[in-house]
Design a protein around this ligand. Structure first.
Ligand code: 6PG
Length: 260
């Protein structure tokens, strides 16, 4: 893995602006190189503003949306119209404005009774879209967007859950006893195969956690976000001032721009 870049913006809005610029750059690069841009979107509250920025002008006109394949990093076990659905959040914040073809939108069907079959079929969908074998190693998505939860989880890789140990599958169901629920999630190998992974982290509530994840001792079972280390891709942490307050001064004083 290349050294992760930690890039600071003033506030959550700035984090989303930086992320939007990086999204535009990667989309252009990926479409030019491979004819498509395959992205896994994250849920949570922070990225909503990013999706709104992307679907608003001028950004909307800067992406060849017909070449974008939309995947999700994780999903809650609810129907797609439920308020807690990550799919619904992205649809409302971005997809309904863009009016992209349904064939480009690959939501995780986490409302299904047979969760394991749904996860296996999602792996097959990724394989079909990226034109690789569904039984081989995880293929590289062009971009995986992630956040960190207050307990150190990312995607739906929660502390001390079974999905953390997955070494082969790309997508798995994950029982999350601490939330008394189950989720569907991309696995660590799938995330780490990506060409680019970007974490969006904002707010002072994340400050101690962010310092722990980035500079604390390695304890991935407790802090699953520490497992994110793209094999040959690029890892970028986009953080705001409040979230970066407990980082070493050299990092928290970095200028607000993405190093190329
Ligand atoms: C979800 C997520 C999750 C999220 C983090 C951060 O479905 O909840 O995908 O992993 O990214 O919990 O969420 P915030 O941006 O709301 O802090």
């Amino acid at each position: 893995m290349t050294t992760p870049a930690v890039v600071r913006a003033e506030d959550a809005e700035g984090v989303c602006e930086q992320a939007a610029q990086e999204f535009l750059r990667l989309a252009e690069e990926s479409v030019a190189a491979r004819g498509r841009f395959a992205v896994a979107l994250s849920g949570g509250s922070t990225p909503r503003a990013l999706y709104q920025l992307l679907s608003g002008q001028p950004n909307r006109g800067r992406v060849d949306w017909s070449s974008v394949e939309f995947f999700w990093g994780d999903e809650r076990s609810v129907p797609p119209d439920d308020e807690a659905s990550n799919f619904r959040m992205v649809r409302e914040a971005m997809l309904q404005t863009l009016a992209v073809s349904e064939a480009q939108i690959h939501r995780m069907e986490a409302e299904r009774e047979d969760f394991d079959a749904a996860a296996r079929e999602y792996q097959e969908t990724i394989a079909r879209v990226l034109q690789v074998s569904a039984t081989g190693p995880p293929p590289p998505l062009d971009l995986v967007l992630l956040g960190i939860g207050p307990d150190g989880h990312t995607a739906s890789l929660f502390p001390q859950t079974k999905a953390l140990d997955e070494t082969t599958r790309w997508v798995v169901p994950n029982e999350v006893p601490q939330l008394n629920t189950r989720r569907m999630t991309l696995t660590v190998p799938m995330i780490n195969a990506a060409r680019s992974v970007i974490f969006l982290v904002a707010g002072e509530k994340k400050a101690s956690l962010l310092a722990e994840v980035l500079y604390g001792p390695s304890q991935p079972d407790q802090l699953p976000s520490q497992l994110v280390a793209p094999v040959s891709g690029r890892l970028t942490w986009l953080v705001d001032e409040a979230a970066s307050r407990k980082l070493p001064a050299s990092i928290s004083k970095l200028p607000a721009s993405i190093s190329k």
